[in-house]
Design a protein around this ligand. Structure first.
Ligand code: GLC
Length: 569
């Protein structure tokens, strides 16, 4: 079947007046591509990507064969956490463009058959948000203060933070304010950066604001929301100390830390998503809510996607699984069991804007090291790029064969590695600065992506500017040099996405196969046999037409660190 066929299928599906049958909604099997707007394409030439740049480049994504895009925040923001610090939820930040630019992007995407998901950041806003500014200006005990988490300090004069909570980015999770008369006041909670005050989700006013924000974007025709820090909104009554303090060495470390953490996964949070489910149900078509809930085990994460809550939750357990056959089989089984138990599809993901890119992770000796800690010039364990890319390609080919929905992060279709050599002064991740450079953080996966090998900034920006410097090595990863080269990572992704659609793998069912040895992850999904050789020895290939191979094959052998798809006779 041709690309035209798959595009036609996607286009036909984008008809908001025609909801699909329950159980057959588009998001159950969709491949969703994450765009990180500041690093995708810069039309204005200021070195920061923007919405016009995205619109101009969108056809590359329909050509790739994805079903939807998720845009990381492009809302008004002082950009202290790259837009995850929002100062106006219903407007576009001028560095990214305007609401009219968003409308044009949405229309172009829908014309190309791509759904559009936007990022919603409900746990906190920016200190620049008028709501927080009003809270600062208002009296202690006022309605305005009650929208946030203000508390008096401990100690004789309130000079100590209200409890021992630490910021995920390092340092204290509380900051003391100075009242308008110059006296020291209470403290406000910020689980992330000081510039990101947490909302008080026990206050119904906050609920109403977010209903309105959801409706604003739904009315503008978005197909859904990725919900930031979806496990964090509710804090345990009384804000008790964390008994075992999470190690702030990295986002992933801290967020998957002991479950007793009183700011994660409190049962009341689910009421919020039941409320939002009802808001989405007011709209035609199948709109989706996807939870960024770093919660383990998967059975617990699945609570976010019970039938009356969200629709998808990121599968961070899968993202964190090393390249080991037994662990991969176990996490795939656990994922399908956990999500099926609540009637939701499993999702799959290997990379995003918060973690070390997966080809680099797979090239590390110590894969298990917190993927969000980042890798920099002084990191001892540096990735083996060749091994990492082979494993990364094999891992993607395995992931895209699985039933459910998969998320891709911009640049992974080019096989981009993590950028390690970034000078301290160009790093922007607050994690790096809050830990005094001890944790490199996430800049290395956020470097603007290469489009054309011979253009300024590799086609990212016509001016040649780039908010993070691109390494010279990006030349060989540029999209134009990979396009049409059957050995390239780009063509591997295109072929996998085309075959995934043709063989309807996203809506298929997985059966494990025996007889290939312990080191081969062997499964059948409908008309396709999938073999991922995670071991160090080549194994015999079974009979059948090879549809896809993550490395070139010689003869009927499956080399190590390779995944093949074979047509079932
Ligand atoms: C989420 C985002 C991350 C951001 C944090 C605070 O984890 O993915 O990029 O820094 O929330 O909003």
């Amino acid at each position: 079947m041709s690309n035209d066929f798959t595009t036609a299928m996607r286009t036909a599906a984008i008809n908001h007046s025609r909801p699909s049958t329950p159980g057959a909604e588009w998001w159950r099997s969709a491949v969703i591509y994450q765009i990180y707007p500041r690093s995708f394409a810069d039309a204005s030439g200021d070195g920061i990507g923007d919405l016009v740049g995205i619109t101009e480049r969108l056809s590359a994504l329909s050509d790739l064969g994805v079903d939807a895009i998720w845009l990381s925040p492009f809302f008004r923001s002082p950009q202290r956490d790259a837009g995850y610090d929002v100062s106006d939820y219903c407007d576009v930040d001028p560095i990214f463009g305007s609401l009219a630019d968003f409308d044009a992007l949405r229309d172009r995407a829908h014309d190309l058959g791509l759904r559009v998901i936007v990022d919603l950041v409900p746990n906190h806003c920016s200190i620049d948000h008028p709501w927080f500014q009003q809270a600062l200006a208002a009296e202690p005990g006022s309605l305005e203060r009650d929208r946030f988490m203000f508390r008096d300090g401990r100690g004789e004069n309130g000079e100590l933070p209200p409890n021992n909570w630490q910021s995920i980015f390092g340092g204290n999770a509380w900051t003391r304010i100075i009242e308008t008369d110059g006296t020291p006041g209470p403290w406000y909670l910020h689980i992330f950066d000081t510039s990101q005050p947490d909302f008080n989700w026990k206050n119904p006013w906050v609920w109403e604001q977010f209903r309105q924000i959801l409706r604003f974007w739904l009315n503008r025709g978005v197909d859904g929301f990725r919900v930031d820090v979806a496990h964090g909104l509710m804090k345990k009554e009384g804000l008790p100390d964390v008994v075992e303090v999470a190690d702030a060495a990295g986002l992933a470390d801290a967020i998957s830390a002991p479950h007793e953490v009183p700011y994660w996964a409190q049962p009341e949070v689910h009421e919020v998503y039941r409320d939002w489910h009802r808001v989405l149900a007011e709209y035609e078509g199948d709109r989706v809510l996807c939870a960024e809930a770093w919660v383990e085990p998967l059975a617990k994460a699945a609570l976010w996607v019970r039938p009356d809550e969200m629709h998808q939750a990121f599968n961070f357990s899968y993202l964190g699984t090393p390249w080991e056959a037994e662990r991969l089989r176990a996490v795939i089984d656990e994922s399908i069991d956990a999500f099926t138990a609540v009637g939701a599809p499993s999702t799959w993901v290997l990379s995003n804007h918060d973690v070390v890119r997966h080809p680099s992770r797979y090239g590390l000796d110590t894969y298990g090291a917190a993927p969000a800690s980042g890798i920099g010039p002084n990191t001892v364990d540096k990735p083996d790029d060749v091994l990492g890319l082979a494993r990364g390609r094999a891992a993607t080919a395995l992931m895209l064969s699985l039933p459910g929905s998969a998320y891709l992060y911009q640049g992974e279709e080019l096989g981009l590695p993590e950028v390690i050599e970034l000078d301290d002064h160009v790093r922007e991740d607050p994690t790096f600065h809050r830990t005094n450079g001890e944790v490199y953080g996430r800049d290395g996966c956020r470097v603007p992506i290469p489009w054309e090998t011979a253009s300024p900034a590799f086609g990212f920006s016509s001016s040649g500017d780039s908010w993070l410097p691109q390494p010279a090595d990006f030349a060989r990863f540029a999209r134009d040099v990979q396009h049409g080269d059957p050995a390239s990572t780009l063509e591997l992704y295109r072929a996998a996405l085309r075959l995934r659609a043709e063989h309807r793998l996203g809506t298929g069912a997985l059966v494990w196969l025996e007889g290939y040895g312990n080191d081969v992850v062997a499964l059948r999904n409908g008309s396709v046999t999938v073999l991922a050789n995670v071991g160090s020895l080549a194994v015999d290939l079974p009979a059948g037409e090879v549809l896809l191979s993550s490395t070139p094959l010689s003869g009927r052998m499956l080399p190590s660190d390779t995944t093949v798809w074979i047509a079932v006779d």
